[in-house]
Design a protein around this ligand. Structure first.
Ligand code: ZN
Length: 247
Protein backbone atom coordinates (compact mmCIF):
# COMPACT_ATOMS: atom_id res chain seq x y z
CA UNK A 1 0.00 0.00 0.00
CA UNK A 2 1.31 3.41 -0.94
CA UNK A 3 1.93 6.40 1.24
CA UNK A 4 0.41 9.65 0.09
CA UNK A 5 2.01 12.67 1.58
CA UNK A 6 1.50 16.39 1.85
CA UNK A 7 4.06 18.55 3.59
CA UNK A 8 3.25 22.03 4.80
CA UNK A 9 5.67 24.56 6.15
CA UNK A 10 6.45 28.25 5.81
CA UNK A 11 9.31 29.64 3.74
CA UNK A 12 12.51 29.08 5.71
CA UNK A 13 11.29 25.95 7.49
CA UNK A 14 13.44 23.66 5.36
CA UNK A 15 10.45 21.93 3.82
CA UNK A 16 11.96 21.63 0.34
CA UNK A 17 15.06 19.84 1.61
CA UNK A 18 13.10 17.45 3.82
CA UNK A 19 10.52 16.75 1.13
CA UNK A 20 13.22 15.88 -1.37
CA UNK A 21 14.90 13.53 1.07
CA UNK A 22 11.68 11.79 2.13
CA UNK A 23 10.58 11.28 -1.48
CA UNK A 24 13.97 9.81 -2.39
CA UNK A 25 14.26 7.53 0.62
CA UNK A 26 10.71 6.22 0.46
CA UNK A 27 10.40 5.98 -3.29
CA UNK A 28 7.53 8.44 -3.44
CA UNK A 29 6.84 10.11 -6.73
CA UNK A 30 7.07 13.86 -6.30
CA UNK A 31 4.18 15.49 -8.05
CA UNK A 32 4.31 19.23 -8.43
CA UNK A 33 1.20 21.07 -9.58
CA UNK A 34 3.40 23.48 -11.53
CA UNK A 35 4.87 20.57 -13.50
CA UNK A 36 1.59 18.80 -14.24
CA UNK A 37 -0.05 22.07 -15.19
CA UNK A 38 2.73 22.77 -17.70
CA UNK A 39 2.48 19.18 -19.00
CA UNK A 40 -1.30 19.34 -19.41
CA UNK A 41 -0.93 22.59 -21.36
CA UNK A 42 1.82 21.10 -23.52
CA UNK A 43 -0.22 17.95 -24.22
CA UNK A 44 -3.25 20.14 -24.96
CA UNK A 45 -5.55 18.01 -22.82
CA UNK A 46 -9.03 19.49 -22.33
CA UNK A 47 -8.18 20.74 -18.83
CA UNK A 48 -4.81 21.97 -20.07
CA UNK A 49 -6.50 24.05 -22.74
CA UNK A 50 -8.94 25.40 -20.18
CA UNK A 51 -6.09 26.35 -17.85
CA UNK A 52 -4.24 28.06 -20.67
CA UNK A 53 -7.26 30.15 -21.62
CA UNK A 54 -7.64 31.25 -17.97
CA UNK A 55 -3.95 32.07 -17.62
CA UNK A 56 -3.82 34.01 -20.88
CA UNK A 57 -6.25 36.51 -19.36
CA UNK A 58 -3.82 37.00 -16.48
CA UNK A 59 -6.05 35.19 -13.99
CA UNK A 60 -4.97 32.42 -11.65
CA UNK A 61 -6.19 28.94 -12.45
CA UNK A 62 -9.37 28.37 -10.43
CA UNK A 63 -9.95 25.55 -7.95
CA UNK A 64 -12.10 23.51 -10.28
CA UNK A 65 -9.51 23.46 -13.07
CA UNK A 66 -6.65 22.79 -10.69
CA UNK A 67 -8.57 19.92 -9.10
CA UNK A 68 -9.33 18.41 -12.51
CA UNK A 69 -5.66 18.52 -13.45
CA UNK A 70 -4.48 16.97 -10.19
CA UNK A 71 -7.19 14.31 -10.33
CA UNK A 72 -6.22 13.35 -13.86
CA UNK A 73 -2.60 12.91 -12.74
CA UNK A 74 -3.24 11.07 -9.46
CA UNK A 75 -5.48 8.48 -11.09
CA UNK A 76 -2.82 7.44 -13.59
CA UNK A 77 -1.65 3.88 -13.12
CA UNK A 78 2.04 4.55 -12.69
CA UNK A 79 1.11 5.52 -9.13
CA UNK A 80 -0.61 2.23 -8.33
CA UNK A 81 2.31 0.65 -6.55
CA UNK A 82 3.91 3.75 -5.28
CA UNK A 83 2.90 6.61 -3.12
CA UNK A 84 3.27 10.26 -3.97
CA UNK A 85 4.38 13.47 -2.42
CA UNK A 86 2.20 16.31 -3.58
CA UNK A 87 3.82 19.70 -3.96
CA UNK A 88 1.77 22.88 -4.31
CA UNK A 89 -1.60 21.26 -3.64
CA UNK A 90 -3.95 21.65 -1.88
CA UNK A 91 -3.82 25.41 -1.37
CA UNK A 92 -7.48 25.88 -0.47
CA UNK A 93 -10.09 23.98 1.52
CA UNK A 94 -12.13 23.05 -1.58
CA UNK A 95 -8.92 21.59 -3.05
CA UNK A 96 -8.32 19.64 0.17
CA UNK A 97 -11.86 18.27 0.09
CA UNK A 98 -11.39 17.22 -3.52
CA UNK A 99 -8.09 15.55 -2.63
CA UNK A 100 -9.87 13.49 0.04
CA UNK A 101 -12.28 12.25 -2.60
CA UNK A 102 -9.43 11.42 -4.99
CA UNK A 103 -7.59 9.50 -2.24
CA UNK A 104 -10.75 7.53 -1.57
CA UNK A 105 -11.24 6.84 -5.24
CA UNK A 106 -7.64 5.62 -5.62
CA UNK A 107 -8.06 3.45 -2.53
CA UNK A 108 -4.32 3.01 -2.27
CA UNK A 109 -2.98 4.14 1.06
CA UNK A 110 -3.79 6.90 3.50
CA UNK A 111 -3.14 10.60 3.16
CA UNK A 112 -0.58 11.81 5.68
CA UNK A 113 -0.21 15.53 6.31
CA UNK A 114 2.93 16.88 7.94
CA UNK A 115 3.20 20.48 9.12
CA UNK A 116 6.73 21.71 9.80
CA UNK A 117 6.50 24.56 12.28
CA UNK A 118 9.07 27.17 13.16
CA UNK A 119 8.47 30.20 15.43
CA UNK A 120 7.87 33.43 13.51
CA UNK A 121 10.92 35.26 14.87
CA UNK A 122 13.19 32.36 14.00
CA UNK A 123 11.87 32.35 10.43
CA UNK A 124 12.45 36.08 10.14
CA UNK A 125 15.99 35.59 11.37
CA UNK A 126 16.65 32.74 8.98
CA UNK A 127 15.14 34.43 5.94
CA UNK A 128 16.56 37.88 6.54
CA UNK A 129 19.99 36.40 6.90
CA UNK A 130 19.77 34.17 3.89
CA UNK A 131 22.86 34.40 1.77
CA UNK A 132 23.51 33.25 -1.73
CA UNK A 133 26.73 32.59 -3.68
CA UNK A 134 27.47 35.51 -5.97
CA UNK A 135 29.17 33.18 -8.47
CA UNK A 136 27.01 30.05 -8.76
CA UNK A 137 23.78 31.10 -6.98
CA UNK A 138 23.77 28.27 -4.43
CA UNK A 139 21.99 29.07 -1.16
CA UNK A 140 24.38 29.22 1.77
CA UNK A 141 23.68 26.73 4.54
CA UNK A 142 21.70 28.75 7.14
CA UNK A 143 23.31 26.70 9.91
CA UNK A 144 26.85 27.30 8.72
CA UNK A 145 26.42 31.00 9.35
CA UNK A 146 30.12 31.63 9.95
CA UNK A 147 31.07 30.44 6.48
CA UNK A 148 32.48 33.22 4.32
CA UNK A 149 32.59 31.44 1.01
CA UNK A 150 30.37 29.12 -1.03
CA UNK A 151 30.61 25.46 0.00
CA UNK A 152 30.23 24.40 -3.61
CA UNK A 153 32.50 26.68 -5.64
CA UNK A 154 34.28 28.90 -3.11
CA UNK A 155 32.60 32.04 -4.44
CA UNK A 156 31.73 35.01 -2.27
CA UNK A 157 28.48 34.87 -0.27
CA UNK A 158 26.16 37.87 -0.47
CA UNK A 159 22.82 38.70 1.14
CA UNK A 160 19.88 38.26 -1.17
CA UNK A 161 18.54 41.59 -2.34
CA UNK A 162 14.84 40.78 -1.81
CA UNK A 163 15.26 39.53 1.73
CA UNK A 164 14.84 42.78 3.62
CA UNK A 165 13.05 42.32 6.92
CA UNK A 166 9.73 43.89 5.83
CA UNK A 167 9.55 41.75 2.73
CA UNK A 168 10.24 38.64 4.81
CA UNK A 169 7.57 39.51 7.39
CA UNK A 170 5.01 40.17 4.67
CA UNK A 171 5.81 36.89 2.93
CA UNK A 172 5.37 34.97 6.17
CA UNK A 173 2.09 36.71 6.95
CA UNK A 174 0.74 35.86 3.52
CA UNK A 175 1.75 32.24 4.06
CA UNK A 176 0.02 32.11 7.47
CA UNK A 177 -3.14 33.68 6.13
CA UNK A 178 -3.33 31.25 3.23
CA UNK A 179 -2.45 28.15 5.22
CA UNK A 180 -4.57 28.68 8.34
CA UNK A 181 -7.83 27.29 6.86
CA UNK A 182 -5.98 24.20 5.63
CA UNK A 183 -4.43 23.53 9.02
CA UNK A 184 -7.89 23.85 10.54
CA UNK A 185 -9.23 21.43 7.97
CA UNK A 186 -6.62 18.76 8.69
CA UNK A 187 -5.63 19.17 12.30
CA UNK A 188 -8.26 16.93 13.89
CA UNK A 189 -7.02 13.85 12.07
CA UNK A 190 -4.74 11.14 13.36
CA UNK A 191 -2.76 11.30 10.14
CA UNK A 192 -1.98 15.00 10.64
CA UNK A 193 1.31 15.56 12.45
CA UNK A 194 3.36 18.54 13.48
CA UNK A 195 7.16 18.52 13.37
CA UNK A 196 9.32 21.06 15.17
CA UNK A 197 11.33 22.69 12.41
CA UNK A 198 13.32 24.94 14.75
CA UNK A 199 15.94 22.24 15.23
CA UNK A 200 19.05 21.20 13.35
CA UNK A 201 18.16 19.58 9.99
CA UNK A 202 19.24 16.09 11.15
CA UNK A 203 16.94 16.25 14.15
CA UNK A 204 14.07 17.53 11.99
CA UNK A 205 14.70 14.59 9.65
CA UNK A 206 14.65 12.12 12.53
CA UNK A 207 11.41 13.52 14.02
CA UNK A 208 9.84 13.66 10.60
CA UNK A 209 10.61 10.01 9.87
CA UNK A 210 9.25 8.97 13.25
CA UNK A 211 5.89 10.73 12.90
CA UNK A 212 5.64 9.68 9.28
CA UNK A 213 5.97 5.99 10.15
CA UNK A 214 3.48 6.33 12.96
CA UNK A 215 0.90 8.30 10.97
CA UNK A 216 1.22 5.90 8.03
CA UNK A 217 0.61 2.92 10.32
CA UNK A 218 -2.40 4.59 11.93
CA UNK A 219 -3.78 5.50 8.51
CA UNK A 220 -3.30 1.99 7.15
CA UNK A 221 -5.01 0.51 10.20
CA UNK A 222 -7.99 2.85 9.84
CA UNK A 223 -8.22 1.87 6.19
CA UNK A 224 -8.16 -1.84 7.10
CA UNK A 225 -10.93 -1.57 9.63
CA UNK A 226 -13.07 0.42 7.18
CA UNK A 227 -12.54 -2.33 4.61
CA UNK A 228 -13.49 -5.04 7.10
CA UNK A 229 -16.59 -3.07 7.98
CA UNK A 230 -17.86 -3.88 4.53
CA UNK A 231 -16.42 -1.43 2.05
CA UNK A 232 -14.31 -4.02 0.27
CA UNK A 233 -14.78 -5.42 -3.18
CA UNK A 234 -16.86 -2.64 -4.60
CA UNK A 235 -15.18 -0.73 -7.37
CA UNK A 236 -14.55 2.91 -6.61
CA UNK A 237 -18.10 4.18 -6.52
CA UNK A 238 -17.30 7.29 -4.61
CA UNK A 239 -20.39 9.28 -3.81
CA UNK A 240 -19.76 12.78 -2.60
CA UNK A 241 -17.00 11.84 -0.17
CA UNK A 242 -18.75 13.36 2.84
CA UNK A 243 -17.91 10.42 5.08
CA UNK A 244 -14.30 11.64 5.23
CA UNK A 245 -12.95 12.48 8.65
CA UNK A 246 -12.81 16.19 7.96
CA UNK A 247 -14.05 19.18 9.89
ZN1 ZN B 1 29.17 29.04 -5.43
Amino acid sequence: MGLNLIMMGPPGAGKGTQAGRVARERGLLKISTGDILRQAIKDQTPVGQLALSVMSTGELVDDETMIAIVRERLLQHDLDHQGFLLDGFPRTVPQAQALDRIIEERDNGPLVVIDIRVPFQELVRRLSGRRICSSCGTNADPFGSEARSCGKCGGELAYRADDSRDVVVERLKVYERQTFPLVEYYQGRQTFRVVNGAQAPDQVAFDLDTVLDDAAAVGAEAHRSRSEAGETGAPATTMDGTQGKGA
